[in-house]
Structure formats: C-alpha cells, structure tokens
Design a protein around this ligand. Structure first.
Ligand code: SF4
Ligand code: SF4
Length: 128
C-alpha cells in the first residue's frame, strides 16, 4: 500500500527510522522530497501494517494520506500511444497482446513524469 507522509519543522529528526523501530515494519521509501523546512515522502508499506505505520507517523507529528490510486488515467482520453511506457522509471505501463497500454498503478511512485509526457493529458497523480 502506498502512503504519502507530509512532515514539517522536524526534518532534522530521523522520523522514518523511529517509525521502523517503533512498529517493526519494513518500510520501502519510493520517493522523498525534503528541504530545510518540510518534506513529502512516498512509502510502500505492507497492507496489513498500514494503520500501525500511519499512527506511528502521526505520533511524530506528520500528516499521512493513504494512496489507493497513485496515478489515474482518463481512459476516454488515452489513445494507447505508449509514450508513458518509455518515460516511467518503475514500469507502471506496458503494451499487452492487443497493443493497448495496461497499467499496474501499485508500482507508481508519483514522480509525475508521465503526466507531462502524455500527449493527450490523460494522466494525473492523486494527492490522496
Ligand atoms: S502517453 Fe497518454 S495517451 Fe499515450 S498511452 Fe500513455 S496515457 Fe495513453
Ligand atoms: S507518476 Fe507516472 S511516470 Fe512516475 S512512477 Fe507514476 S506512473 Fe510512472
């Protein structure tokens, strides 16, 4: 399960390490944008540990959103050109037998690259 963590005023703290030690859950960091004052982190967490991990981050003062659908495609706009296949760094998109483009949204790390690459504006990343 994908989870977005928003942190502020505590970026010097080892928040992720604290949560891992607190919960014992193996957390995979998909993407992290952190500057001196705030940050956004996208994590992959086992589905059965999601609530425990979310509460642990909230105890550290972070806000947490669970991403049910990290990337959304408007199927009415998609023309299956395949441009998103070549730019996605984690192979969310692939051609299938009939040469249509399939998606495995569970892999998406919300980098946004495909959103700008799509010539039909068919893709958008979800904030929660
Ligand atoms: S780039 Fe856009 S139009 Fe092309 S296959 Fe991907 S989602 Fe569809
Ligand atoms: S935002 Fe698009 S390019 Fe980036 S990981 Fe998700 S599907 Fe792939």
């Amino acid at each position: 399960m994908k989870m977005v963590i928003h942190i502020s005023a505590m970026v010097q703290d080892p928040v992720i390490a604290k949560v891992i030690l607190d919960t014992g859950v193996a957390i995979n960091v998909d993407r992290a944008n952190i500057d001196a004052t705030s940050g956004e982190i996208v994590l992959e967490v086992p589905a059965d540990s999601c609530a425990r991990v979310a509460h642990a981050f909230e105890r550290e003062g972070a806000s947490v959103s669970v991403l049910e659908h990290p990337i959304i495609r408007d199927d009415a706009e998609c023309v299956h050109c395949g441009a998103c296949i070549s730019v996605c760094p984690v192979q969310v998109f692939s051609f299938v037998d009939d040469w249509s483009v399939a998606m495995d949204e569970s892999k998406c790390i919300q980098c946004g690259t495909c959103v700008t690459a799509c010539p039909h504006a068919a893709l958008r990343v979800m904030s929660e």
